[in-house]
Design a binder for this molecule. Sequence first.
Ligand SMILES: Cc1cc2nc3c(=O)[nH]c(=O)nc-3n(C[C@H](O)[C@H](O)[C@H](O)COP(=O)(O)OP(=O)(O)OC[C@H]3O[C@@H](n4cnc5c(N)ncnc54)[C@H](O)[C@@H]3O)c2cc1C
Length: 599
Amino acid sequence: MSDYRAPVKDALFTLRHIGRLEELSKTERYGHADPETVASVLEEQGRFMQEVFGPTNAIGDREGLTWSPDGVAVPESFRTAYAKFVEAGWQGLNAEVEYGGAGFPESVFACAAEFETAANGALTMAPGLTTGAIECLQAWGNEEQKETYLRKLVTGEWTGTMNLTEPQAGSDVGLCTTKAVPRDDGTFLISGTKIFISFGDHDMAENIIHLVLARTPGAPAGTKGISLFIVPKFLVDDDGTPGERNDVRCVSIEHKMGIHASPTCVMSYGDGGGAVGSIVGEENQGLRAMFTMMNSARIAVGIQGAALGDAAFQKALQYAQERRQGREIGGSSKEPALIIAHPDVRRMLLFMKSHIEAMRALIVYNASAIDFSRALEGDEAELWDDIAELLTPVTKAWCTDVGMAVTSTAVQVFGGMGYIEESGVSQHFRDMRIAPIYEGTNGIQAMDLVGRKLPLRMGGVVGAHLQRMRDTDAQLAAAGDDFASIRTNLAAAVKSLSETTDWVMTNGLTDPLQALAGATPYLEMFGLTTGGWLLAQLALAARDDLDAGSSDTAYLEAKITSARFFAEQYLPRVAGLVGSVTAGPDDLYAVDGDTLASV
Ligand SMILES: Cc1cc2nc3c(=O)[nH]c(=O)nc-3n(C[C@H](O)[C@H](O)[C@H](O)COP(=O)(O)OP(=O)(O)OC[C@H]3O[C@@H](n4cnc5c(N)ncnc54)[C@H](O)[C@@H]3O)c2cc1C
């Protein structure tokens, strides 16, 4: 039995007030996702994850994986848990109804994915990548490909992978050299080596559908010459069942710091002449199609920050209520106090709680922007689509950086025991460390935010986001003394962010290096301000519920405290980051590589 408890109540509160679930469920597309149905789905899914995925988490970390020339074997407990997952139908929660999915909104799915990841981050990589493959094929696959692959992916009987990385092509996907040679029957023969492919091989599903980036003969250099191919582990027979083995193999797996039971595979395509693949979308347009998968995966990686952060927080909170050390300041007891009595431990716990809630809110807001872009039409739909685009690098990078800080703080709450594997908390910290790296490193996300997302609609999208944040001021002003410091600190943070955004956009136009040198602290400003704004909205909603006579007083008052703590202790840091953003590149390039070592 794991001790993880899915935070269903908080997810529903966030969906109601940030995801505007009620409004969303009034649209034609999401009419079935009314708040009551969503509540029962998340209750049930959370229970499943606690009881089925959760208990396998530490086992996977200890046992790891077994590689042989025949393939990768996951721990027995993973096979059993995954079979139950398929049987319960959780894979298809947000997939299109036409292909057997339940068609729930992305925002609801994001909450379910948080519970799943928190229960077992390594195992969740398999369904996570399958979700990305489903979204990519729904958007870009032709009818035959959809018919052949989607249903089995949606049930989870088959899993999906994402094959971008090669030894010489990491962040720079344009350096991809994997080849795709056309054949007379319209298929392609794929050959090359991909590295670091998550769940590239395993024994939980009867087929694995690889989505592979490769170049056709004579394709233009760089990202403009990349196409996307479906390469199944087993070729699919006319009756839809897996047939002959395709020419693709996992030739080794990596030994890693964390996510020990998630196979990270070196995949060899075409050792026997070429793996058979079919092209997705147009030739040389593969990166566009892959971006559908990557955007979904980027939000999923952001979710890892909230999920592993919360799993670690829950352990730390329990420990703080059991461990006794020191005397309570101002207390009369001669007995050692519970460490939760000490102000510094309280500070750590509130840091974790408020940041987890801010991450959850940002993820739900980002996902609900996708939902509204799909449920509405015309200009409104386009604006929500752009907001989702703007927020995706922030969700990925800010939530994973904060996830690192939260899991590290949870280790700190345990003292020395946190460094000992037996506590279980160090696994969350180790598992978390990959998230700022994969799916485009956080440095690349910051460059994406500054270089591609701020210029959307000539600054109109970020302008609309900043304006929404300013618009909350009137509600905060009317909410009384409890909200005064939230109001002041939020207004100051939005002002700093707004002025710095102008600086970044103006200077970025004349000299991109100026803007890119400060891209990472700019993303941090953006994440902190947006997180503080979302918490302020949740606090206002909590006040409304209290005023309306809700009996859930402790929970709702804690929401207001969370927002105030974040506003008073973290929003002032936004102004402190201005100097880092605007410092420019001179010092960064003033010292050459060898001299940096100071030896
Ligand atoms: C456990 C694990 C699972 C993975 N799963 C998958 C998977 O399923 N599919 C897949 O295709 N890949 C996968 N990856 C690969 C992962 O996405 C890459 O490792 C990541 O994109 C970074 O590439 P790289 O390792 O080559 O680092 P590099 O690109 O060499 O980067 C090294 C450093 O340089 C920085 N950097 C690089 N270029 C720039 C630039 N232009 N500007 C500023 N900074 C830059 C980076 O931010 C980083 O700090 C996985 C990796 C791991 C470790």
